[in-house]
Ligand binder design. Structure first.
Ligand SMILES: Cc1cc2nc3c(=O)[nH]c(=O)nc-3n(C[C@H](O)[C@H](O)[C@H](O)COP(=O)(O)O)c2cc1C
Length: 216
């Protein structure tokens, strides 16, 4: 394998000063995400989602951000998946965005709740038909299967059950989660590993945010 110890970059693209920060971390995040989308980065709305089970065993995977609002960061998945089971017993998560081309990462932590059924159904209806069928086919998500044929057969069966033109109902086991962010961290890479980091911590429900600079 390639020797990794000599592979390194210096981060020189930008700096982040306290004066640059939006007092509202959601607006700060939206600004950075918009820059990433505007720059044409590939799937900058993909995030790493870390959860843990009742024993504290962590697990992490990528999901797509489908909304970033005051009420939380939204993603959609299968409620019976590994992550769904984790969130059932331990409804808290940390999420991470990494935009290497911009030498930035954003972390957000908070309690997690399910998106109301009607809202999940509305989003499900807006998805491409093949994705709707795949959501049905991949159940229970994260469970072992014999081979790919099992999945393909389920998909074909679903195509027959819901021919073109008939609506595909949202499965009960599929829907959204929302991370109600209580803590944000914005990281901007700097030269010589002297990075800029700022954390926003919620002062209290309905109150403002305390901002602190962190050691890199
Ligand atoms: C770029 C990318 C986007 C993904 N988006 C989603 C998503 O929005 N929802 C989802 O359930 N899985 C998504 N996945 C698959 C998950 O990473 C994961 O494999 C799956 O949800 C099962 O995770 P679990 O077993 O930890 O529950 C995505 C994977 C990648 C690489």
């Amino acid at each position: 394998m390639t020797d990794l110890t000599g592979l390194r970059l210096s981060y020189t693209r930008a700096e982040l000063r306290r004066a640059d920060l939006n007092p509202d971390p959601l607006a700060q995040f939206q600004g950075w995400l918009d820059e990433a989308i505007g720059a044409g980065l590939r799937e900058p709305y993909a995030l790493s989602l870390a959860t843990a089970d009742a024993e504290g065993r962590p697990s992490v995977r990528t999901v797509l951000l489908r909304g970033a609002e005051e009420r939380g960061l939204t993603f959609y998945t299968n409620y019976d998946s590994h992550k769904g089971r984790d969130l059932g017993v331990n409804p808290r998560a940390e999420v991470l965005f990494h935009w290497p081309e911009h030498e930035r990462q954003v972390r957000a932590y908070g309690p997690v709740e399910r998106v109301p059924e009607e809202e999940s159904a509305a989003y499900f209806r807006a998805r491409p038909r093949q994705s709707q069928l795949a959501a049905h086919a991949s159940d229970p998500q994260s469970a072992p299967i014999q081979d790919r044929g099992v999945l393909e057969a389920k998909f074909a069966e679903l195509q027959a059950r819901y021919p073109e033109g008939t609506p595909v109902p949202k499965p009960d086991f599929w829907g959204g989660y929302r991370v109600r962010v209580q803590e944000w961290e914005f990281w901007q890479g700097r030269r010589n590993r002297m990075h800029d980091r700022f954390r926003y911590v919620r002062e209290g429900e309905g109150e403002g945010w305390r901002i602190e600079r962190l050691m890199p």
